[in-house]
Ligand binder design. Structure first.
Ligand code: PLP
Length: 372
């Protein structure tokens, strides 16, 4: 085991649980009461659930009645894409696997080499087919951090009578997300990316939208998601959302740390490439290649040095598969296979960045020396 403090730089995979969320959840675990019960303890549970709903809604400027609590971002994406029957689906080429799996027959919207959805292509796709569509475009990509032109895509979609779903899992908490200003008809959130617990998320959807529940057998969540809510989880989600809503300033510091890290890495390794660097990006994400060194080798070598990052797209089995995001951006397979994702968060320190730069630099120098 390394004798120094590890540097956790994998925040896009999951963020640490906010201590305030952990404390409130611990208290909630000790209480009994189903939010659907009419007696006093049930009503208390219901009050706590509705408080969480207000806190989550406030983070994205939505109405509390629009929040449908789910078991996470994956379920919310499935509900969005499968709950509106009869629409033809258009998803961007860089969506998270949970969107791609929920819409296997969707038409694919291409992206530019910078990783930005091609709105000209979207316009053509919408105009080419009169059937009403549902477009799914994420707000920020989980691998590159590239921010998507969702507001413009919403306007285009609406002009063609289509609806737009936005996966805002990575953007929420890192940049302000305003559901009303964006105009997205459906928005996905996940608690564990913003300092809440794993296994809780939300789909934001107007109560008027004809959304079919995927799981039925209970009237919870206005009949849109049956099953007793994960009350401690939603309470933790609510607290994390409330803290996130007042903590955007932290990300100015994170952006400065990220930019400095990128400068240092590129100075050391002029042949390295940072994907999406010329596009608007989240303040915390670096997607960088170390030419001719497999991403899995980099991840393992950095792990041994006490630095935790991920390969561009590690699937749940831990195996590394080629990134469909970089592929869609036109990155050559050999280069895509050498890309890792480094992601920072509100408590990332300068010392952690020094640690990363040093460990990455040692590996880079070693691999260049052995290639010479
Ligand atoms: N959407 C995006 C963009 C993500 O990055 C993730 C998680 O990595 C998800 C959806 C899935 O969220 P969850 O882990 O809550 O199922």
């Amino acid at each position: 085991m390394p004798s120094f403090n590890p540097a956790y730089l994998d925040w896009n995979a999951t963020a640490p649980l906010r201590p305030e969320a952990a404390a409130t959840m611990t208290e909630a675990l000790a209480r009994t009461g189903n939010p659907s019960s009419v007696h006093r303890q049930g009503r208390e549970a219901k009050r706590a659930l509705e408080q969480a709903r207000r806190q989550v809604a406030a983070l994205v400027n939505a109405a509390p009645a629009e929040i449908i609590f789910t078991s996470g971002g994956t379920e919310a994406n499935h509900l969005a894409l499968r709950g509106l029957a009869g629409r033809r689906l258009i998803i961007s080429a860089i969506e998270h696997d949970s969107v791609r799996a929920a819409a296997p027959d969707a038409a694919i919207l291409p992206v530019t080499p910078d990783g930005i959805a091609d709105l000209g292509a979207l316009e053509q796709m919408l105009a080419a087919d009169a059937r009403t569509a549902l477009v799914s475009l994420m707000l920020a990509n989980n691998e590159t951090g590239v921010i998507q032109p969702v507001g413009e895509a919403v306007r285009l979609a609406h002009r063609h009578g289509a609806l737009l779903h936005c996966d805002a899992v990575q953007a929420a908490g890192k940049i302000p997300v305003d559901r009303r200003a964006l105009g997205a008809d459906l928005l996905t959130l996940s608690a564990h990316k913003i300092g809440g617990p794993m296994g809780v998320g939300a789909l934001v959807a107007s109560p008027d939208l004809p959304l079919q529940a995927l799981q039925t057998g209970g009237g919870q969540e206005r009949g849109r998601r049956a099953g007793t809510e994960n009350l401690p989880g939603t309470i933790g989600f609510g607290i994390a959302a409330e803290i996130a809503a007042r903590s955007f300033d932290d990300y100015a510091r994170v952006a400065a740390l990220r930019d400095a890290a990128e400068r240092r890495l590129l100075t050391m390794a002029p042949d390295a490439h940072i994907f999406g660097i010329t596009a608007p990006r989240l303040p915390n994400t670096i997607c960088i290649s170390m030419p001719n060194v497999a991403a899995s080798t980099q991840v393992m070598s950095l792990d041994l040095a006490g630095v935790m990052v991920s390969a561009g797209a590690a699937c749940s089995s831990g195996k590394v598969k080629r990134s469909h995001v970089l592929e869609a951006m036109g990155v050559a397979p050999a280069e895509a296979d050498c890309a890792i994702r480094i992601s920072l968060g509100w408590s990332t320190s300068e010392a952690e960045i020094d640690h990363l730069v040093e460990a990455w630099g040692v590996l880079y120098a070693r691999t260049r020396a052995s290639a010479a």
